[in-house]
Design a protein around this ligand. Sequence first.
Ligand code: NOJ
Length: 856
Amino acid sequence: MAPSPARLLLLVAALAAATATGSVVNTPFPAGYPSPWGSGASEGWEDAYAQAREFVGKLTLVEKVNLTTGTGWEADVCVGMTGSVPRLGFRGFCLQDGPLGIRYTDHNSAFPAGVNVAATFSRDLMRRRGQAMGEEFRGKGIDVQLGPVAGPLGRVPQGGRNWEGFSPDPYLTGVAMAETIQGIQSRGVIACAKHYILNEQEHYRGNVNVKIDDRTMHELYLWPFADAVRAGVGSVMCSYNKVNGEFACENEWSNNYLLKNELNFQGFVMSDWGAQKTTLGSALGGLDMAMPGDGTGPPYFSFWGGALTEAVLAGKVPEWRLDDMVVRIMAAHFKVHTGNYTSRPDINFSAWTKQATGPLHPSSNHTFTVVNEFVDVQADHANLIREIGAKSIVLLKNENKALPLNKPKSIAVIGDDAQDIPGGPNACPERGCVNGTLAMGYGSGTAEFPYLISPATALRLQASSDRTAFTNTPSNWDLDAARAAASKASVAIVFAMATSGENFVVIDGNAGDRNNLTLWNGGDDLIKAVASVNPNTIVVLHTVGPVIIDYAQEHPNITAIIWAGLPGQESGNALVDVLYGKINPQGRSPFTWGKSVADYGAQLMFKAPNPAVPEQTFDEGVFIDYRYFDKAAVEPTYWFGFGLSYTTFEYAGLKIAVSNASSSSSASGLTAPAPTYGTVNTSAAANLFPAGFQKIFPYVYPWLNDSSANVATGTGPNISSFPAAARNGSAQPVLPAGGGAGGNPGLYDVLYTISATIKNTGEVAGTEIPQLYVQLGGEENPFGVLRGFDEIALAPGEAKTVTFELTRRDVSNWNSTSGNWEISTREKFVFIGSSATMIRLNSTLPAPAGMTWAGA
Ligand code: NOJ
């Protein structure tokens, strides 16, 4: 795994330079930046906008408000539900977690977690997983799937929810976001890119103020959201934390300036549950849908609902802003309802009961009826789950051809993590405990398992067909038993795990985030005990991210290490497929495995210096994960992108063709002024509860409470706290980096086509994951950043050409002075290899047409 000589030279050069990182700068945008109104002028949105505008034009003021506001926590059958428009037969939107399958239902699948699908480095599997999840959500009548996740990105390895997302590499995460979103939305379900943005840890997530510089924002954390917008995502969920001083759900910079102007996002922004803080701040700061809708006191028990109606009547929220919220919501709805998916299925489940009958409105204990129809939406998705499970397995070590197994004489399976979960796979609510095998993390990003094939079960079955003697020793704590079992077997397979999740579940003192990077339930001691007696010890890890495993890498008796991540319901079967060589592993590590927490540079904030006003500065800049290890010259146990195969590959013939793309044009000009739709009756009297209406407390409604409602002053913070500019609906300048979905269309022009030949030089068929890294030059840039990958399936002896396309964005840096992406004049290099450091081919990158490099 030694770096190539060329790489070493460059590394030395990079290290000789100063190590300054981006410091926090004021973000360049005018105060009171108005929330951009959707134009519909973006590929795939035009028709949806036409339909949305027509629909919204028919609505009354309260009908509009009703579609923007959740009805309250557990007020309806979904995890979130908006009000409806009964007059037009339009039911409210049903929003349901989560990123790896449907939460709180039955007869659904439990897919591999995001971190696993990232490890496949397979666009095809990312897409097919999205499609399959979309089919399941649609089958239950859900309108919005609350996923996928690009925030947390994975700034720190202990981040509790990293596994819900994909990888700390923004390029890999961006590809996974785009494929997942297009998969989900192709099945008539709106995807939700979350959590926007900088929600990088669970500790203090509700009030931490994250300070970040403009460049780091663009090059790291915003990057995958740009891909999500470019992929046409219908909704984005703003996060709990503050960004440079303002809560994310009322942040003019992140929502209005970056997401809706620069990235030209045409869909709607919903709040994370309870992340909305004020009526006006959120409305003017870019929020379009309040979730779950309740959460404050009288008179409306909601920041929106009747309070928003009041604010519009008082002129505090301009009518155009309300119209824009609803047009955005309805456009997302019409966008996904095309082709085979024009109808809208009924909701056929309740998240809040497993019984067939129950209340339609649980928080009010009201309207008992059949709520669960137990619709089976699994189809044949188990096959895909098994395939992703196997193809996401990362083979980290394989000495003496320990793997694949071939009818071994005897196997000892050891460890709790190999076992069936006592009481069934869903015994612990929110997967919030650790008995038995780990196949997903904990918190809201979970789904109910239909079943869970444990490794012990699958291995026992394989052993029986091979006539292999099989023992199973479940205890992690009885080390004598573990040693006794291991010493008698020709192969000892020892299992260990580490989980994490969302902060409302605390396991063994881990409040979402992991307290450390060691294995749980004494896993390290168990591995060492087994390895002390068996010279053919195979370690299998089910972990949410990296763990400290250098001792296993070095241990002579540990012949193989496998990372199986969080594989979902087919865990054991997928593992057997790889252990026995039915599938040749293609998984590559989507994160770097440090030897200590300190190795990672950036640290999780467990204790804020001032807990009342927690604050964090991301002053490591773009240097997280492998980019930091490279810069600090810290050798990890395993690098990002690393993974072995049962065969070997040879790389040759690097070719670089420079395209004749026109030089990037900056966007310019003005938007149209803010439109309004239909005419609404703005008298207070027209917006009161209808006579005789039966309220059910605490359901959230859009009407004014009574005619004495103070429409003159409205609710929420005083109007004076908002510069008038925030309500300015006149034509606005398009930002230079904007002008198209995901930013300026010129950013996505292909500037280079790079190819190489990959040959399978071993004896079995296998899939190589060639990775392309670019060094953008200068000490402010990482040694290399991932900018391309592919999966190339090769028969023994077969060779194929792999082709990568590098776009203008791929070779640009963000310039916070000009507020635009720029290709610097620093000489650039390209590396192709099989991990972030196993570089097989490298070259300088010729300067693009019309440019010359002016040195490193
Ligand atoms: C809070 C979580 O942060 C979010 O991911 C989830 O979608 C909502 N709760 C709804 O459960």
